[in-house]
Design a protein around this ligand. Structure first.
Ligand code: SKM
Length: 169
């Protein structure tokens, strides 16, 4: 069984994915970390040196590799992963997808307190530009995220709520 967590940056995919994997005794894969290890570069370096288009190709290839290498895993995808190529269909063909739906205001607050240098799409933007970017990006991505099999409404999530959703208890 493969379980994919999807949603915007700042939704909590990595933290919750790790907790869920631990609880289930599954492997945990953070797709951004996987890409960084595979390429030997940070996500920020890939964006800077090769551009977003190249990153999206590496991301798709990484998604396929993770699916090939794992049978029981919780996979926290990157914020944009489901919205490029046919990645969302691919994800839904491989396992159970869960959209972590967090209100934009909360995402904005969380990301403002994070290290923006690690988030190339937000780095070098003013607060106003970040707000506009996140507003537009969430609006554009939502129809894609909503193709997930399950949606969990935040801002905060518990492993128990996830397990219940997945019918594991
Ligand atoms: O995959 C990384 C990368 O910074 C792009 C991204 C996005 O498009 O929302 C989110 C991150 O997880």
């Amino acid at each position: 069984m493969l379980i994919f967590l999807i949603g915007m940056m700042g939704a909590g995919k990595t933290t919750l994915g790790w907790q869920l994997a631990n609880k289930l005794g599954y492997s945990f894969v953070d797709l951004d970390d996987f890409i960084e290890k595979r390429e030997g570069k940070s996500i920020a370096q890939i964006f800077e040196q090769e551009g977003q288009e190249c990153f999206r190709e590496l991301e798709r290839a990484a998604l396929e590799a993770v699916v090939t290498e794992n049978t029981k895993a919780v996979i926290s995808t990157g914020g944009g992963t489901p919205c490029f190529f046919n990645n969302m269909d691919f994800i839904n063909g491989q396992g159970k997808s869960i959209f972590l739906n967090v209100p934009l205001s909360e995402i904005f607050t969380r990301l403002s307190g994070s290290n923006l240098a690690l988030r190339p799409l937000l780095a070098n933007k003013t607060e106003e530009e970040r707000r506009l970017f996140l507003t537009n990006t969430l609006a554009a991505r939502k129809p894609c995220y909503e193709q997930a099999v399950y949606t969990l409404n935040g801002p905060d999530f518990t492993v128990q709520a996830l397990l219940k959703l997945l019918n594991y208890n």
